[in-house]
Ligand binder design. Sequence first.
Ligand SMILES: Nc1ncnc2c1ncn2[C@@H]1O[C@H](COP(=O)(O)OP(=O)(O)O)[C@@H](O)[C@H]1O
Ligand code: SF4
Ligand SMILES: [Mg+2]
Length: 321
Amino acid sequence: MPLLEIDNLSICFHPSATRVVEGFSLRVAAGEAVALVGESGCGKSVTALSIARLVPSPPAVYVSGEIRVAGRDTLKMPPAQLRQIRGGTVSYIFQEPSAALNPVMRIGNQIRELLRLHQPQWDTPAEVIRLLESVGIPAPATRARQYAHELSGGMQQRVMIAMALASRPKLLVADEPTTALDATIQAQILDLLDDLRKRLGMSLLLITHNLGIAGRIAPRIAVMYAGQMVEEGPSERLLARPAHPYSQGLLESAPRLGRDTPSLKAIPGQVPRGDDMPVGCRFHPRCAQAQPDCAQTAPALISVGDRWLARCPYARRANES
Ligand SMILES: Nc1ncnc2c1ncn2[C@@H]1O[C@H](COP(=O)(O)OP(=O)(O)O)[C@@H](O)[C@H]1O
Ligand code: SF4
Ligand SMILES: [Mg+2]
């Protein structure tokens, strides 16, 4: 049984009936790393937050679908069970550690609070030190007595990761965890996440707008556009020859990790907003390869290779040159 199974998830925000997440399915096995990639506004965060039902409804309406964590549907869970999932079985880290840390509470005490909540048997000063050490923070005893503002952005993100690990999660959801950091620190944090996943055997769902970052630590990539999965496949092959025109555009516009190069070739136009979703293929107004029928017919996911799907009838097949 996969650790996480999202099946045919559709979400809209009242009063709009547009599905900002549309028929989305994804599986993540125990110990596996998967990256969810797409431009800002494509629905990555709404999808990720809905795993622990963290998108408040209202205004969100869960129109259809199931989200099972270790076999149990979080969309149907009573509140007490859901509290065990949130920040427990499923932990999150986000883009801005400074916004998530309490500015007036020592780092160590913030970690103790989480231990008290999720792992009371481990609520000790020694466990705080162990957690800070496990995320590569030097002089952990000193750091535990400091406040967030005494730490650099990279160190703050390490603290956030230590806090996320306090509950001993089975799934870590990292939503743009390095977007606010310098390129060299980005690489260090990604390597840390990769290392922790292997050491602890937890699953990792990495969310990023950068295909290069995705490929660095996730063997499988899911590309999301305007609320839909548009491509899913093995990273190495997908990055070498993306099948879907949107993935091709993303790859051409992605700055290389570790180098602050400007976008090589931006995709023209913008991600559609909820109230203004194109009919037919949601990508057609921006697609360089659009055909006349793309504005009428909504494409389905098709197989383009071994364990490789794309939502486009004109997608490049793995065996085509
Ligand atoms: N609380 C909300 N109310 C209305 N629309 C929302 C809300 N949260 C997100 N959305 C819309 O859902 C879409 C997906 O947003 P999001 O998941 O944050 O994208 P991403 O994380 O890929 O940048 C966007 O069109 C956004 O405007
Ligand atoms: S269905 Fe048409 S518009 Fe959509 S990605 Fe494929 S070619 Fe482009
Ligand atoms: Mg987001």
